[in-house]
Design a protein around this ligand. Structure first.
Ligand SMILES: *Cc1c(COP(=O)(O)O)cnc(C)c1O
Length: 411
């Protein structure tokens, strides 16, 4: 009888909803910290964390309190008026990040669109690129969201098939990871640069592509290439940012600073959608009144929660925990040393385990882990992503490692 309750909701979803996802067969009802419960009361450890949006853990009591207090006062105003939570959030994010100026939106894709607009205006108005000629260089394997402009420069067929025609002004260069030759990748970016290039837009680690971690030194060389050619370097840290990789931002592993930074996901404290584009005043000041906007962007409810979530990154020690437990988790997964595992990679609590396709497929392994009470998600058939909330404890992680080891060895 209890099983049929889950089946009921699953059936209802497919009856009335678009089929643009294929979820695991579990209907969730409640979350607390690293744990989730389904409608039958079964408990799971969350290793998906809503694609790294749940860094603070589910239902953080401080964030619930913040949401309740602010919702009782004022939730939505639009940017036709000023509010205190918005002003304070801009100041906090600017101080924490070291970027002069912030523009808030709601979803990641909207913040990427904002970055594209900012880069193009800078290209036309500062760099002097002729009208409608601006080009942005992206990387193969990129994931920046789902708008028609963004999927137009994706290299994944399933993201774009049947959705054209697409925007022009994007060219692709070679990302660098695994055995890649750094110089070859940088040369492919260099080859794409011309007098109309306004920006390079990349993820410092490619998440959706399967946690592709570039070789050390690559981002630094890309920074140098952009600087010497008067091209903006814009990093999409929607998933990698805010502690996920064990530093506040993934680019800090290479001691560089981009010209533009895109944040989302965990920015809302696992409570509300909020995203942001950050840059210098020189770039941001090309936006003037009327040139860009969003009804919900920067609303007092989301910005109040996001301000508190930023503080909690430090109060709850999430960045350091991600660094320490991430290294530990990765070494433990590597030490399983089994023929089904081809590679274990990642930074912080953001780890990809690549499987040997001939031995097992990633979705089947996720189903087996589901039976052990661990929720994870495959990407591209062969990679399982492990991305627990950053507040996970060593004991909770140890218990997950035990179960993962057991499942891997049972194949
Ligand atoms: C999730 C993600 C996006 C898109 O964010 P949405 O909130 O789903 O629009 C863009 N870029 C990266 C790197 C992401 O991980």
């Amino acid at each position: 009888m209890s099983l049929s309750l889950q089946d009921e909701y699953i059936k209802r979803e497919s009856l009335y909803g678009a089929q643009n996802y294929s979820p695991l067969s579990v209907v969730l009802e409640r979350g607390e910290g690293v744990y989730l419960w389904d409608v039958d009361g079964n408990k799971y450890l969350d290793m998906v964390s809503a694609y790294s949006a749940v860094s603070h853990g589910h239902s953080h009591p401080e964030l619930i309190k913040t949401i309740q207090d602010q919702a009782q006062k004022l939730a939505i105003t639009s940017r036709a008026f000023y509010t205190e939570p918005f002003a304070n959030f801009l100041q906090s994010l600017s101080k924490v990040s070291g970027f002069e100026s912030v523009l808030t939106m709601n979803t990641g894709a909207e913040a990427v669109e904002t970055a594209i607009k900012a880069a193009r205006r800078w290209g036309y108005f500062t760099k002097g690129i002729p009208e409608n000629k601006a080009e942005i260089i992206v990387a193969d394997g990129n994931f920046h969201g789902r708008t028609t402009t963004i999927v137009g420069f994706s290299s994944d067929k399933s993201y774009k098939d049947g959705f054209g025609p697409f925007s022009s002004g994007f060219v692709e260069a070679k990302y660098c990871w695994s055995e890649c030759d750094i110089n070859e990748s940088i040369a492919s970016f260099k080859k794409m640069i011309n007098k109309n290039t306004c920006a390079v837009l990349v993820e410092p680690i490619q998440g959706e592509a399967g946690i592709r971690v570039p070789q050390d030194g690559w981002l630094l060389k890309l920074r140098e290439l952009c600087t010497s050619n008067n091209v903006l370097l814009i990093l999409d840290e929607i998933q990698s940012g805010l502690g996920r990789t064990g530093k506040l931002f993934a680019y800090q592993h290479e001691n560089i600073k981009p010209d533009g930074l895109i944040l989302g996901k965990a920015l809302g404290g696992a409570m509300l959608p909020i995203s942001a584009f950050l840059s210098s005043k020189e770039v941001m000041d090309h936006f003037n009144a009327g040139s860009h906007g969003s009804t919900f962007g920067g609303n007092p409810l989301a910005t109040k929660v996001a301000s508190r979530a930023l503080e909690l990154l430090y109060e709850d020690n999430l960045i350091e925990n991600s660094h320490i437990l991430g290294d530990y988790f990765k070494s433990k997964l590597k030490s399983i040393d089994n023929k089904i595992i081809k590679d274990v990679r990642g930074k912080g609590l953001w780890i990809g385990m690549e499987l040997n396709e001939s031995e097992v497929n990633a979705k089947d392994l996720c189903l087996m882990l589901l039976n052990e009470g661990i929720l994870c998600k495959e990407t591209h058939k062969t990679v399982i992503r492990f991305a627990p909330p950053l507040m996970i404890t060593k004991d909770q992680l140890d218990s997950a490692i035990k179960k993962i080891t057991k499942v891997v060895r049972s194949i």
